[in-house]
Design a protein around this ligand. Structure first.
Ligand code: BES
Ligand code: ZN
Ligand code: ZN
Length: 473
């Protein structure tokens, strides 16, 4: 399905959507007519005779319009109309128009690969009808929404791929394809021997009991004239059973989505290259599988990380931070102006913020606040979580430099963030952000523009953050 904007009168469409503010609509003539059919101006009403879906909203803000964009597609996708035109009675502006487009494209996604009978999807095009030609730059708007949505959906599809198929090697194969398709992205893959040479012992320990070898994937987009370099790091656990600190059965389900951060940074770099943004972007994916077996790494082990810091392992389920510690070390060698990691790192972050919101952590308050406001503007819910020196003490180890879990059961998202901070060199502390996407990465009950399954969390916020960086460079 695609989206477009048509300006002027006589737009050819098979069915109509009429969005109105409830307080305006209930005063209109069409309402009086529909009232006879029992429509009171709450939610949606489809008039068969007019082939029009009436949608009433409390307010016409971009959040509501984005969500309605997704709902319109879900409503029409299986109905016998190929094109649907959406009207907002002369109230379009650049912000709500973009929200409708991206909402529609993100709402159109469904994970159907494993269904032997594919559900029908008749709808081919959603057309935003700008009859009064109010909108400027419509081509750019459609282009941007399409590129970002395609990448969110691309990321969702990889995350939704079953763990039997989506192994670290598989992610490396996808990354090479990304590089080939774009023609502007380089791809280097480090295998287990390279990781050994790089002294990435924490990363390697996590993968040791798996039959699938680990991979560090490094994608690089280096456009001419780039004035800034951003390095993104993603947790790419293709499965996390917890290791010897085994997860209870109920908690293990959905852990195919523990690669969400890694997949997100692939989608972000691909979108940035497609948009032709003049910022150098690197995406580092730590792809590993946390399994169980006779050679598994153990609680009580001490690992020597790539940075040289020693780590006492007290829980093998706190594995993401071990993989990230070594990947962040590798990332800093690239001398970034900004360094951001995306990870489904802790259940504690979900407890703290709820399942719709990602946590932003770091030492640079201005950078955290900037990322938060850009994320919110992009349609992703995020909130900052504060580090403090008391929580930092909770990851001290009696036998090594640092411990991989906190000695307290509280503040787990922050202690995980502070663990990562131990591997950030002094000169990069203020350039680094950690985004814990454990809450919104995987959706078990559809909400907003998210269908069941992977949401593609981090992609919209990450792309918008880089676009903002480019506008200031
Ligand atoms: N991948 C999980 C975190 C997670 C939990 C992601 C729920 C998405 C949804 C991570 O590796 C993990 O298991 N973390 C532990 C850390 C604990 C052992 C300190 C957790 O959150 O329980
Ligand atoms: Zn874990
Ligand atoms: Zn994990």
């Amino acid at each position: 399905m695609k989206v477009s904007i048509a300006q002027g009168q006589n737009i050819k469409i098979d069915a109509n959507v009429c969005i109105a503010k409830k307080s305006d609509f209930t005063k209109s003539a069409s309402f009086k007519k529909l009232k006879a059919f029992g429509f009171e101006g709450e939610g949606k009403f489809f008039s068969q005779e007019e082939k029009t879906l009436y949608v009433c909203l409390e307010t016409l803000d971009s959040e509501s319009i984005r969500e309605i964009g997704a709902q319109i597609v879900r409503y029409f996708k299986a109905l016998p109309y190929k094109s649907v035109g959406v009207n907002l009675e002369g109230k379009w502006n650049e912000k709500n128009a973009y929200a409708l487009l991206i909402g529609a494209l993100l709402g159109a996604y469904e994970c159907i690969v494993y269904k032997s009978k594919k559900p029908p999807f008749v709808l081919k095009e959603l057309i935003l009808c700008d009859e009064k030609a109010i909108l400027k730059d419509t081509q750019n708007m459609v282009n941007k929404a399409t590129i970002i949505a395609e990448n969110v959906n691309f990321v969702r599809e990889i995350i939704n791929t079953i763990p039997q198929v989506a192994t670290p090697k598989y992610l490396a194969k996808i990354a090479k394809q990304v590089s080939k398709d774009s023609g502007q992205i380089e791809c280097v893959v480090l295998d287990e021997n390279d990781l050994e040479k790089e002294k990435m012992n924490a990363f390697l320990a996590v993968n040791r009991a798996s039959n699938n070898p680990p991979r560090l994937i490094h994608l690089a987009y280096k456009p001419k004239g780039a004035k800034k370099r951003i390095v993104l790091v993603g947790k790419g656990l293709t499965y996390d059973c917890g290791g010897l600190s085994l997860k209870p059965a109920d908690y293990m389900v959905t852990m195919k989505a523990d690669k969400s951060g890694g997949c997100a940074v692939m989608g972000i770099i691909q979108a940035i290259a497609a948009l032709g943004v003049k910022i150098e972007v690197h995406s580092i994916i730590g792809a590993a599988e946390n399994m169980i077996g006779g050679n598994a790494y153990k609680p009580d082990d001490v690992l020597v990380s790539r940075e040289g810091k020693t780590i006492e392992v007290r829980n093998t389920d706190a594995e993401g931070r071990l993989v990230l510690a070594d990947c962040l070390s590798y990332a800093q060698d690239l001398n970034p102006d900004v360094l951001i990691d995306f990870a489904t790192l802790t259940g504690a972050c979900v407890v703290a913020l709820g399942e719709y919101t990602s946590g932003i952590m770091g030492h640079n308050t201005a950078l955290k606040n900037r990322f938060e406001s850009i994320a919110l503007e992009s349609g992703e819910l995020m909130a900052t979580l504060p580090f403090n020196r008391h929580i930092k003490k909770l990851i001290e180890s009696k036998i090594a430099d640092v411990c991989n879990i906190s000695s307290s059961r509280y503040g787990g998202a922050i202690s995980a963030g502070l663990f990562l901070s131990e591997f950030i060199r002094k000169e990069y502390q203020d350039k680094w952000l950690h985004i814990d996407i454990a809450g919104p990465a995987y959706v078990e009950k559809e909400w907003d523009i998210n269908p069941f399954g992977a949401s593609g969390a981090g992609v919209r916020a990450g792309v918008e953050f880089i676009l903002d960086l480019a506008s200031k460079a």
